[in-house]
Design a protein around this ligand. Structure first.
Ligand code: AP5
Ligand code: MG
Length: 191
């Protein structure tokens, strides 16, 4: 089993690239953002509790996403590994993920970080707002807050992973196809 983190700020293309990579390399794509949005659509009590946090662009509590991920890891069969998208988001989540994987005889094998300029992130998210219906894309202040939260709470994971020798930066500018080719090149080295 190979376990990869696809990493980067909001709008960097984590979801877009994960779908393609998961298909090409037979990985299970685990996106905590998608899981939480499904809870909101299904009007579960968890979804109701998390929706206002998400619409402000703040992070939901660590224990909520850790539990969602643990359930998925245990219920997913027949894949070559996991591709974690939007998780972990804090150093505490990273430590929890390492523990969870270690207990199951696995580890985090690599972290691929999409490097995208700030103005391009904002441009992509504003464009998506027209189609996605995601409340956190609609307001430019919320978009900026998501980017600030990424810098303050999520970016420190890069240092944590760099020290473990699993960090790889990837140019996330250009067409979706070009970036997919770059990521696929790194994947072939890892697999
Ligand atoms: P989450 O769903 O993870 O959202 P995000 O990190 O803010 O990032 P996005 O999904 O918006 O961007 P992306 O990098 O996936 O880019 P995408 O491929 O979509 O989290 C949402 C919220 O849930 C959080 O704010 C938090 O509240 C909560 N949450 C989730 N996980 C959590 C966790 N672990 N802990 C705590 N809270 C958590 O691309 C964006 C757009 O750009 C798309 O329209 C796409 O078509 C377009 N695009 C992509 N690539 C290109 C390209 N190369 N050129 C042009 N357009 C492109
Ligand atoms: Mg996403």
């Amino acid at each position: 089993m190979i376990n990869l983190l696809i990493f980067g700020p909001p709008g960097s293309g984590k979801g877009t690239q994960s779908v393609r990579l998961a298909e090409k390399f037979n990985l299970s794509h685990l996106s905590t953002g998608d899981m939480l949005r499904s809870e909101i659509v299904a009007k579960t009590s968890l979804g109701k509790r998390m929706s206002s946090i998400m619409s402000k662009g703040e992070l939901v509590p660590d224990e909520v996403v850790i539990e969602l991920i643990a359930e998925k890891i245990d219920s997913t069969k027949d894949c070559a590994g996991f591709l974690f998208d939007g998780f972990p988001r804090t150093v505490a989540q990273t430590i929890a993920l390492e523990k969870m994987l270690n207990e199951r005889g696995m580890k985090i094998d690599s972290m691929l970080v999409l490097d995208v300029e700030h103005d391009e992130l904002v441009k992509r998210l504003i464009l998506r707002a027209e189609l996605s219906g995601r409340p956190d894309d609609k307001d430019s202040e919320v978009i900026e807050n998501r980017i600030d939260v990424y810098k303050a709470k999520t970016e420190p994971i890069i240092d944590y992973c760099r020290k473990r020798g699993i960090y790889q930066s990837v140019n996330g500018m250009g067409t979706i196809e070009d970036i997919f080719e770059r990521l696929s090149g790194y994947m072939k080295k890892i697999l």
